[in-house]
Design a protein around this ligand. Structure first.
Ligand code: HEC
Ligand code: HEC
Length: 309
């Protein structure tokens, strides 16, 4: 409550004390289109009202409410966005920024901000003046357009099993995220999908591995059995997961998967989606605790005789 009250105070201070003088006089070409100065000036005023408390006067993420926030508010002068959700880790389209602001980033201070549509569009145009990257041609990425799910309800169990094999084998998600399989299962998954059974396991493989990022902080990848995901809504979960896998999380170690780099292309992206959903379904249930405890207390792994040959 305290934190909320002081946040409200900051927002109000932002609204009242900061009278913004018009600063844009000419149209500017941003993300390939000319934006009129009136829109940018209005966006600046609305930005000060709604976003400044965290993202700062200069958009550098150093607003008065920012100290101590983990993850820290985005520095817009950097021109890099984790959840843009576009191809080739480029800059987000306007629709992507709307999705981020309307949906919030769960588990962070980036809540769902109730900004009127027109104001939000103005803010979005203004934010693009904060980094020169938006002036480059071709800076904005193409959307990720999911192919239809080839598995369907009838082949769900098969899809989950394929996803589990990819996660612990070919795609090596367990290098950063926790493993959710026994060492024998991981050995089998790597043998089936990579041709060689893994006998080398990272320490604390049933916990996430902390990673460096381009955002000045280290980031802990989520544990799908226990953590809230940032950019995924329960109602659009399947498409959201597909988008995250194909777009990656820019600047935060989470790679982008081009479907053509997977053995069964689109079907494998969808298999990973099915597998992740099966884990997310267990979140917060006793089954999640039970699986974690069972894996963490496994007896030492004895590699099968054929290993190493
Ligand atoms: C209470 C603090 C707070 C306020 C107010 C706030 N944000 Fe954020 N915002 C954050 C934090 C924290 C993050 C970083 C989340 C992360 O890295 O996972 C963030 C991240 C973002 C991102 C980057 C997402 C990405 O993909 O990298 C955008 C865009 C954004 N905010 C826009 C806005 C806009 C527009 C407003 C005003 C309407 C706003 N924010 C208000 C805290 C805030
Ligand atoms: C090199 C490390 C690394 C690998 C490999 C990796 N991830 Fe991630 N992943 C991360 C990090 C770090 C984050 C957290 C990003 C953040 O919240 O800022 C993340 C986040 C995610 C998210 C959540 C996105 C959100 O909106 O919160 C999903 C889903 C995900 N990873 C799935 C996978 C899957 C499936 C694989 C394998 C195909 C994989 N990851 C491989 C590091 C990795």
């Amino acid at each position: 409550m305290r934190a909320l009250a002081s946040l409200a105070a900051f927002l109000l201070a932002g609204a009242c004390a900061r009278e913004a003088r018009p600063r844009f006089k000419e149209p500017i070409k941003l993300a390939g289109k000319m934006v009129a100065p009136g829109i940018l000036n209005a966006g600046h005023v609305a930005y000060l009202q709604y976003c400044r408390a965290c993202h700062g006067d200069k958009g550098d993420g150093k607003g008065p409410a920012a100290p101590g926030l983990r993850p820290p508010p985005r520095d817009f002068t950097q021109g890099s966005f984790k959840f843009a959700g576009v191809l080739d880790q480029k800059l987000p389209r306007d629709e992507d920024l709307v999705r981020i602001v309307r949906g919030g980033l769960h588990g962070t201070a980036m809540l769902t901000w109730d900004v009127p549509d027109q104001k939000l569009d103005e803010i979005i145009q203004y934010i693009k003046t904060l980094s020169p990257k938006w002036k480059e041609d071709d800076a904005v990425g193409d959307p990720v357009v999911p192919e239809p799910d080839p598995w369907g309800e009838a082949r769900k169990a098969e899809a989950v099993a394929r996803g589990k094999t990819l996660y612990h084998g070919f795609a090596q998600c367990l290098g950063c995220h926790p493993a959710y399989a026994t060492k024998q299962e991981i050995y089998d998954a790597s043998k089936a999908s990579l041709g060689v059974g893994t006998t080398d396991f990272r320490d604390a493989m049933y916990l996430p591995e902390i990673k460096d990022s381009e955002y000045g902080v280290k980031i802990l990848p989520p544990d799908f059995l226990f953590n809230t995901l940032r950019s995924i809504n329960p109602e659009t979960e399947g498409g959201d997961l597909y988008r995250i896998l194909v777009a990656g999380v820019t600047g935060a170690a989470m790679p982008a998967w081009n479907p053509i780099s997977l053995p069964n292309k689109e079907a494998d992206i969808w298999a990973l989606v099915y597998y992740l959903r099966s884990l997310l379904r267990m979140k917060g249930t006793p089954a999640a605790e039970k699986l974690h405890r069972k894996l963490a207390s496994e007896p030492p792994f004895v590699p099968p005789p054929e290993a190493g040959k």
